[in-house]
Structure formats: C-alpha cells, structure tokens
Design a protein around this ligand. Structure first.
Ligand SMILES: Cc1cc2nc3c(=O)[nH]c(=O)nc-3n(C[C@H](O)[C@H](O)[C@H](O)COP(=O)(O)O)c2cc1C
Length: 333
C-alpha cells in the first residue's frame, strides 16, 4: 500500500524536486521572483503562459530558467495553443494545464519535448479524462480554491474518489494554508500539495500591496464564488471564480456610482498597477482567513512542509487530525 511519505517521495522523484509542494500558477502575480524562490526552496515554482506568444514565452523562459537550479513549471490555462505548449515543454520539466478538456494530442506534444504533463481537474470524470489523455500527474481542485473554480464539490471527497483509482501521483488543491492542512492532505494520500493563495502573502509575489494587505486582513468567510469578473477570458466559458468578497462589494459600489475604473477583466492586481485596485479581481481561497503574516518564501516553505524523504508517517499523523478539522470547518464558512 502507498503510504503518505512514499506517495510524496514518488512525486519528488518524478519531478526532481525536494518538497512535495507546487506553488500554483497565479497569472502575473506568480512572476519569476516568486516561482524561482519556490524552486530554490525545493518546491515546484510555476509561471503562467497567459498573454505570451510562443516566441516571447521562449525568450522569457530562456532568461528565467537559468536563475534557479530548482524545478519550474509553466501553466497553460484555457484552450492550449500548441506552439506555446511546445515552447514551454522544451524549456521546463512540467507543463501544467487548467480550464480546458484534457487532450491526448497536447499531452503527446509535451512528452515529445521531454516534459511531463499535469492537468488540474475539478471532478472525477475530468480526472479520468486527464489520465486517459496520458497525463503524468493530476491536480485535483476543490471548490475551496482561490481563482477559477472548475468543479462543484469540496476537496477531500474529490481527492478520496480520485485516489481510489488514479495510477499517477495526485496533488491536492484548494483552501490549504498551513502545515496542518498540508499534513492532512498528504495523510489522506495526496502525493503533494498545490497552493496559491498562501503564496500571495509573500514578499516575492507580484501582488499589489493593497491585495497583499487585503489577504492579510481577511477573516473566515471572506471569500465568495463570483461571476462578476465576466470580461476574463476563462470566465467567458464558465464565470466562476473565488475572490475576496470585499472586491465584489467594491465593484458593485463602483458600478452603481457609474465610476467603474477596473474593467472587470479578471486580471488580479499586480504591483505595477497604478490607481485604485479595490474593485480588481482579488482571487483568494477559503484558507485566506488562516494567513497571518507576510512570510518570505524560504521560511514559508520550511514551515509548511519538510522534504519528502523527511516526511515520516508519524509527523504526518500528528498534524493530520487538526488539518482535517480545519479543512472540514472551512467548508461551512
Ligand atoms: C490569484 C490566483 C490566480 C490564479 N490563476 C490561475 C491560473 O492562471 N491558472 C491556473 O491553472 N490556476 C490558477 N489559480 C488556481 C490555482 O491553480 C489553484 O487551484 C488554487 O490556487 C488552489 O487554491 P488556494 O488558492 O486556496 O491555494 C489561481 C489562484 C489564485 C489564488
């Protein structure tokens, strides 16, 4: 039987990282500084291909990849463009897909370039389609997740269902913010963890200072799944994204007053944006209420998860109960 630590060790062996933790892609918020810091700390740092042509992405990766000896991934969200996928697969060991139906031809393209393919899925049926398409690993996303929400159910039941049959390592995503929750999902059998929101509150993330502040200030129940950022390309196919409730309220106020300045585009506010950002899409998962400080990535990674080979079953079990309780109670918020 696969134990929590052996599943994690299989994942780290497959990817060549030391820590079974992937920083989730977060558009321009997860820029090179964040991704390379996570990679340097032994996890998988993820860059986003959104908005880049194949040639520009290739140039960017040629510049960023040599900055770290760690593992980087590139995320392709929405319908994959094959030359963008190829540019990524030729330069990083993992290409990561979301918000489109799994496609064998795209996975094959990744494999032919020598990389691995991961698909983030929101249902058991989608997980089966990803495995049938040839994916090397899966990320299962529960509705607790920050950003675009693919499925309709919470993480733990979906994780259980997929782990019952999946022949590939499975990452758990959605609402995970601290060490106990990491231990809980590893204890439940996940090979690794994919976390987005927690990485917003790091000095290395490119989130706007007001966004970081809003994340730190958020309490329990501070998020909502919204269809309000409908100009976003992903929302055009299914307008469902978990954001801070405060930004939806600010958008409502601006729309009512006829002063909307933010084009509801779904772009999360980055540090280079000037002017008011209160009504921008501030994506955040349900775990946001448990983020207590702006912590540098290396420190955060060390606190969240020891390297896979050091993740003993005893250490996992000691945190398991607290983490399961926290994840369970966040579902009610
Ligand atoms: C600010 C933000 C932006 C995101 N952008 C993307 C994206 O571009 N592509 C993608 O695959 N997932 C994106 N996600 C979703 C993540 O892949 C992941 O499912 C989520 O972060 C996990 O939940 P958590 O944020 O509670 O940790 C985003 C999440 C956040 C918080």
């Amino acid at each position: 039987m696969t134990t929590p630590s052996s599943a994690s060790a299989a994942l780290t062996r497959l990817l060549g990282c030391r820590v079974p933790l992937q920083q989730a892609p977060m558009g321009a918020v997860s820029g090179p500084r964040l991704a390379t810091a996570v990679a340097d700390a032994g996890g998988v740092g993820t860059l986003s291909a959104a908005g880049w042509s194949a040639a520009d992405l290739a140039d960017r990766l040629d510049e960023v990849v040599p900055r770290t000896h760690g593992v980087l991934a590139v995320n392709v969200a929405g319908e994959p463009v094959t030359d963008v996928v190829a540019a990524a697969a030729e330069r990083v060991p993992l290409v990561d897909f979301f918000w489109s139906d799994p496609r064998p031809d795209v996975v094959d393209l990744v494999h032919r370039a020598g990389a691995l393919a991961c698909w983030q899925v929101g249902s058991d049926a989608e997980a089966r389609a990803a495995v049938d398409a040839g994916c090397d690993l899966l990320a299962v996303q529960g509705t607790e997740a920050g950003g675009h929400v693919r499925g309709t159910g919470p993480l733990l039941p979906l994780l259980d269902a997929v782990l019952a049959w999946a022949p590939v390592p499975v990452l758990a995503a959605g609402g995970i913010s601290d060490r106990d929750e990491v231990a809980a999902v590893l204890g439940a059998g996940a090979a690794g963890v994919r976390m987005g929101t927690r990485f917003l509150a790091t000095p290395e993330s490119a989130a706007h200072p007001a966004y970081k502040q809003a994340v730190l200030a958020a309490g329990t129940g501070a998020t909502v799944v919204s269809a309000d950022f409908a100009d976003c390309p992903l929302c055009r196919t299914s307008p469902r994204a978990r954001v801070l409730r405060a930004c939806v309220e600010a958008l409502d106020d601006q729309v009512r007053a006829g002063t909307a300045r933010w084009p509801a585009s779904g772009r999360p506010p980055t540090e280079d944006v000037e002017g008011p950002v209160a009504a921008a899409a501030m994506y955040a998962g349900e775990g946001v209420g448990r983020i207590s400080g702006l912590v540098p990535v290396a420190e955060l990674m060390a606190a969240l998860c020891p390297p896979a080979e050091a993740t003993s079953d005893r250490a996992v079990t000691s945190s398991l109960r607290r983490g399961v309780e926290q994840l369970g109670s966040s579902l009610g918020s």
